[in-house]
Structure formats: C-alpha cells, structure tokens
Design a protein around this ligand. Sequence first.
Ligand code: NAI
Ligand code: MG
Length: 491
Amino acid sequence: MATATKPRRATPKTHQTQMLIDGKWRSSASGKTFATINPATEEVIAEVAEGDAADIDAAVKAARKAFDSGPWRKTDARDRGRLMNKFADLIESHIDELAELETLDNGKPLRESRNADLPLVIDCFRYFAGWADKIHGQTIPIRGDYFCYTKLEPVGVAGQIIPWNFPMLMVAWKWAPALAAGCTVVLKPAEQTPLSALRLGELALEAGYPAGVVNIVPGYGETAGAALVNHPGVDKIAFTGEGRTAKIIMRNAAETLKRITFELGGKSPNIVFADADLGKAVDGAVLGLFLNQGQCCCAGSRLFVQESAHAEFVERLVDKVKKRKVGDPFDADTDQGPQVDQAQFDKIMSYIEKGRNEGAKCVAGGSRVGDRGYFVAPTVFDDVTDRMAIARDEIFGPVLSVIKFREIDEVVERANATDYGLAAAVWTRDIGKAHAIADRVRAGTVWVNCYDVFDAAAPFGGFKQSGIGRELGQKALDVYTESKTVTVSLD
Ligand code: NAI
Ligand code: MG
C-alpha cells in the first residue's frame, strides 16, 4: 500500500515574487500580496504580488505600446526566432533550478518536472522559434487586373490565463506561438502556482525580450483574470482551465468581441479491447490517469474494458496501482505527490465518497495518505456504470473508473455520450478496430496503443465542450495571427 513519507522541508532559493510590467519588476498597485503554498507541507513558500484591475491596465498598456510602436514591431521575424532559441537555451541551462521550483510550488514529483515538463517546455520554444520566419500568406489569382495577396499579421496583445497543473508547460504553450507570431503578451498565472512563470519572466528579460513584450500579472481569476478578459486593449484571450470559467470568460469577452481559444477539461475514454497487449494496456491505463496526480485535462478517466478481459485486466491494474509510491515529491522514487491545494483535495475526496455511495466497488485506495499535505491514495473503482458521477464528471485527481463493455458499436456510443471531447485512446492488436475507433470517437486527440504522447509539433485541443481552437503545431499559429488581404490595381 502506498505510504506518504514525511515531506522534506524544501529550502527555496531566491524567488521572484513581484509582477513583470513593461520590463520592470513591481509590487502591485494596491500593495497587496497573496501566499503560495507548498502542497506537500501546507506551508507558505512565499508572498506574491497580487495583481488586480489597476495592474492589468498597466500591463496591457505596456503590451499595447510594445505592439503598436515599440521596437518589437520592427524586429525581423528571423530575429524573433533567434531570440526564442536564446530563451530556450537559457531555460535549459537553468533546468534543475526550474524543475525544483515547479515541484516546490505544484507538488509534482521532481522526476517528472525535470524529465517531462522541462524538456517539453524547451522543445516547445525551440519548435516555435523555427516557425517565426515561416509564417506567411499566399498570392491569389482574383478576377481582373489586380495583384492580390494575403499576409498573416500578429493578432496583437494576447491575454493568457493559465492553470496550475502544468504551470511552466502552460506558459510555453501560450508564449511560444504568440511570440513567434509577433504578438505581445500579458500572462495571468494560476494563483496556486505563480513562481515558475515569474522565474521564466526573469529569463525572458535576460534573453533580451524588449520591455512590454512579455508581462506577467499574478493574482486571482475573479479580479486579475476578469480584468484581463474585460480590457478593451486586449485583442485575444487564450485560456486553459475549467469549462465553467470558460463560459464566464466567453460571456465577458463578447463585450469587446475578443478572439478566444479555450483548452478545457475532459472525461476521456480509454478503451481496452480483449485482444490488446494487456501488459501495455495496464501500463497505459495507469499512466493515462495517474500521471501528475491525475491532474491532467486529458486524463483517461473512463477506462472501458472489454468484458472477456475484465477480470484479468483489473487484477493486474490494481496490483500495479497499489505499488505506486505516494510521498515527498523531491524523493527520486516517488510516483505521486500531493494534489495542488485544499480545494482540489476536497473535491477529489467528495467524489470518492460519491463513488462509494453510488455503489461502485473501490478496489484500490479510497482514502487520504498521511495527515499533512494534500496526498490522496491512488484509487480505482470497478463496476462503474455510465450514469454515476465518477463516470461523468471531471474529478481531476487520482481516481480511475473501470467500466465494462461488450462490443465496438456500443463502446463508441458510450464513449461519445459526454459533453467533453478532448482525448481518447484505444488498445487493440486489430488495426481495423483501432482505426475505426480513431475515426468514430469525437475527440481532438486519439492515441492508439499509447497514452499521453505529446509533441510541440502535434496540435492539441478539444471537440465539444473541451475547447475551442488548437494549441501546438502549425495550428497554434492560426489563433495568434490575423489574415490580411491586400489587393493592388495593376491598371
Ligand atoms: P479555473 O478555471 O477556475 O482556473 C484556471 C485559471 O483561470 C486560473 O488562472 C484562474 O485564476 C483563472 N480564472 C478563474 N476564474 C476566472 C474568471 N472569472 N475570469 C478570468 N480568469 C479566471 O480552474 P480551478 O478553479 O483552478 O480548477 C477547477 C477545476 O477545473 C479542476 O478541478 C479541474 O476539473 C478543472 N481544471 C482543468 C484544467 C485543464 O487543464 N483543462 C486545469 C485546471 C483545472
Ligand atoms: Mg475556479
């Protein structure tokens, strides 16, 4: 059974705790600060400047000026790429320090921060650095004596609001395409995890981004976040987080008709056929749900297992889940750290209770681990039915629901019976079945015999209520550019 070791008292290095506006570090206009907590110990790590409408206004004005009349506007596309590569190199040379900061503030195992999050961050900046001078329009043969062409221009000032589950990776997904395209940005990091974004801000200045190109205003969603969404000087909002928040943002952004892109939650189906390599499927099911303490938008939280393989599969699954080591995220052999905060911890525990009350069978975990820090035992419910809350709602924690199915048409219909559509996976040795599932499941990403394979070049985003627009890949540039049509008379 998983046990929590006593989390090590971390010894933080010097942190940046102020906000970045117009190339300078400042306190908030109100002088207010908020505490960011180490989720493994529940201790305060640091007090961070708490931005609100006044700070957002200053940041947007700086971003506006940098976009409309600053040197950024005249920076050659190729030099934007070079700058981004320099930034990526700086991140790489600080990789250990950044990984530790991420683990301290978020609670994810250091092994993952260091070997998964940070390499993906660096790769993302390098990938988009390569795009900076390859964003171009077309020449178009229109009727008449005209020369017609399109050009792709940066959309302007991008307001970016991100969550706490992958704090630095979300910065990379937001900044990289925006800055490659020539936008300026105002970032509002999550209130739970502001520190790594602020450190990246320091490195961005060190790399040489001109004043006002990158601005960071930490603070709460209802104040700083909402002010960013409402600000008339912002051209576009990119948001990752909860669907409920996205609906509020969409309503508020309507006032100024901002461009919006959303990357929201999911209840992704992970479908295991009896003919799959069951060992690999078990590994994929565990990774697909328990990675990052279950705090993944694409978590494979509805595990559909074909009836004929169900008994063997669940036995192997439970065996593996029970071996997961929960504890100090700084320990090298820790598989699972704490949830990010008390609110997420409480939400997860309430779903575990709902699962039990609705008659699902808890076959692993089901309780808190230790009495300090937000640790939850890796939990598996078997005999889950489609109508139970644990099969319908995004739990965003280490709680896996196993659901039986019989055949392909039935599982496709049940997999699609959700308002979400972010990701899906299928495990089978039958290539026809694999492609049929990939074809018929309504989701932005489908993994076949794998899970959580991310690459900066591969677009990611949701169908239905899982999102609007795509991040990563060439597709990400669409949402940070405007197409301009120019028609020249040749008469
Ligand atoms: P949230 O959507 O409230 O927070 C995400 C970001 O939005 C944060 O930076 C927050 O400050 C900001 N925000 C909140 N209200 C806002 C508003 N009215 N206007 C502008 N910005 C606002 O998500 P929260 O409360 O942290 O987590 C709640 C649930 O959302 C989780 O349990 C999980 O189910 C889901 N979630 C999904 C994520 C994903 O990657 N798709 C990431 C984080 C949470
Ligand atoms: Mg919220």
